[in-house]
Design a protein around this ligand. Structure first.
Ligand code: FAD
Ligand code: EGU
Length: 469
């Protein structure tokens, strides 16, 4: 008997709409609390599916996501099937590779397989006797007055379902959220970025990884960028990011090779010329959208979490991590307010909106920054400066990505602290420059150089010999 699990004495029905990453994790949380959980997922059961259409093949799992998994006893299981990435590997155009660690020895992120993660979470949710899975159930609409939901079932028939609480985890194009949009004082914004993404597989070579597996590989090229994460089968999944108009320019296999020769030459032999020509045209480039809204609840009947509440662009590797942390935060508030939905829901919106908005902003900021001026030299330079400042002032200066990736510092606090650190650094620079100026002036006055004794041509040779780089 697992004493962590309450008996199903709590008979309230919680409908989790969407059985993706966040929906499946939420099912575990509500089941653990003893609710009667019904999961509705529009797709078939991915555990039986042959081809899994996902939004990306693998993902970077970090501290926030791990903490959320830990609370339902799933951390070890997922971590054991993840591949640790202790550093980034920056690939320059000339083929040079430079590693920059994420932090100290124990600080790493994990490359996890999305399909496997989703399957494990669904199976875990199902181990609770008070959970019921309804696959091939697509939510058409719901009534915000009565809470009645309309689904299209497997045979194409409509089904009406009621629940005490609706948890919308149905992704960036959420059908649950549609009813929120009709309400007064609901804020909503969505932005498509001009970039699309395409996934390419880098096969294994002689049964082993073709690049070092312990890294998140990055090819920063301003407008163009590629990222590769390792998979358990010793392949890498490469994700190419570029503006849609650039994708449209490449219409033949030869043009693709020419493009890769210019920007990512070291990857051509690793992906393979023929594979690259084919893989590139397998699927059209996918769009990326950023969604911000508030509040996240409607009355005491419905709450949205994960991408349904905050789709973020993937340039911080935090979308899933933030969605998992949503479940954890909601759970903490359920403890504090004794599962009283009429108190928990508004409190959840109050606490969580500023943080999810903060990570949406950070991810968008990083997208703009990377595309504007991040080539491999700049990326290396910035990370070295960050790490250097952290080493000389470990308590004062903590890199932003460290707070985001390796702590549960609230996202909006991380931004505040980041701005504050910037001020400290700028003041530090100002003080150093002023001191240097004053010191230099003092020395010049105290020991004036006798310029008249140095011949002009000597000065010129000295000046020329001075090469700072
Ligand atoms: P989804 O995963 O979209 O799941 C929604 C589910 O709801 C789906 O199963 C869908 O079938 C179902 N559904 C939809 N509509 C209905 C309906 N009407 N009725 C019933 N069911 C419905 N995040 C990270 O943390 N780290 C990363 O490294 C990372 N990399 C990424 C790379 C890319 C290229 C992209 C695009 C995203 C990345 N993300 C990453 C973000 C991550 O993919 C999402 O944040 C995460 O999948 C959100 O989970 P979710 O469950 O909220 O939504
Ligand atoms: C994008 C797509 C490097 C998986 C942001 C870093 C990402 C991931 C970075 C994708 C970058 C960018 C960080 C992590 C991570 C870096 C991070 C981005 C995983 C600031 C599967 N980003 N990503 N930052 O620091 O904090 O290494 O598709 F290139 S993991 Cl864009 Cl830590």
């Amino acid at each position: 008997m697992d004493y962590n699990r309450r008996s199903s004495s709590n008979k309230k029905v919680v409908a989790v709409v969407g059985g993706g990453l966040v929906g499946a994790l939420n099912a575990c949380y509500f089941a653990k609390r003893g609710f009667q959980v019904e999961v509705f997922e529009s797709r078939e059961d991915i555990r039986n599916a042959k081809i899994v259409k996902g939004r990306s093949i693998n993902l970077a799992l970090s501290h926030r996501g791990r903490q959320a998994l830990k609370q339902v006893g799933m951390e070890d299981k997922i971590v054991s099937k993840g591949i640790p990435m202790h550093s980034r590997m920056i690939h320059s155009r000339n083929g040079k590779q430079s590693a920059i660690p994420y932090g100290k020895k124990g600080q790493y992120i994990l490359s996890v397989d999305r399909a496997n993660l989703n399957k494990e979470l669904l199976s875990e949710a199902e181990t609770y006797p008070n959970t019921k899975m309804n696959f091939d159930h697509k939510l058409l609409d719901w009534n915000a007055e009565t809470g009645a939901m309309t689904f299209i079932g497997p045979e194409g028939t409509k089904e009406e379902i009621q629940a005490d609480l609706i948890v919308g985890c149905d992704g960036a194009f959420s059908a649950i959220r549609k009813q929120f949009l009709r309400r007064s004082r609901f804020n909503y914004s969505q932005t498509y970025i001009p970039h699309g993404y395409l996934e390419l597989t880098m096969p294994s070579q002689n049964g082993d990884f073709s690049m070092k597996p312990d890294f998140l590989h990055i090819w920063p090229r301003n407008t163009f960028m590629m990222i590769a994460l390792p998979n358990l089968d010793k392949t890498f999944t490469c994700t190419l990011f570029m503006p849609f108009e650039e994708f449209e320019k490449l219409t033949t296999g030869d043009q693709v090779i020419e493009f890769f020769e210019k920007y990512f030459p070291d990857t051509i032999p690793l992906i393979g010329v023929e594979a690259l020509k084919k893989d590139y045209f397998r699927l059209p480039a996918q769009a990326m959208v950023s969604v911000k809204c508030s509040p996240y609840h409607l009355g005491n009947m419905c709450v949205i979490m994960g991408d349904a509440a905050h789709a973020v662009v993937p340039f911080y590797g935090q979308g899933m991590n933030a969605g998992f942390e949503d479940c954890l935060v909601f759970n903490e508030i359920m403890d504090q307010l004794n599962e009283d939905f009429s108190a928990v829901l508004p409190e959840y919106s109050r606490v969580r909106v500023p943080d999810d908005h903060a990570i949406a902003d950070l991810a968008m900021y990083n997208y703009v920054e990377m595309r504007a001026h991040v080539n491999s030299k700049w990326f290396l330079f910035r990370k070295h400066v960050d790490n250097f400042l952290h080493i000389i002032m470990p308590r004062t200066i903590i890199p932003l990505y460290t707070m985001v990736t390796f702590t549960r510092t609230r996202y909006h606090e991380a931004i505040k602290r980041w701005h504050w650190q910037d001020k400290v650094i700028n003041h530090g620079l100002l003080i150093t420059a002023t001191a240097a100026l004053l010191g230099g002036t003092y020395l010049l006055i105290k020991h004036p150089p006798n310029i008249s004794q140095i011949p002009v041509d000597h000065l010129w040779t000295r000046l020329q010999a001075f090469k700072p780089f």
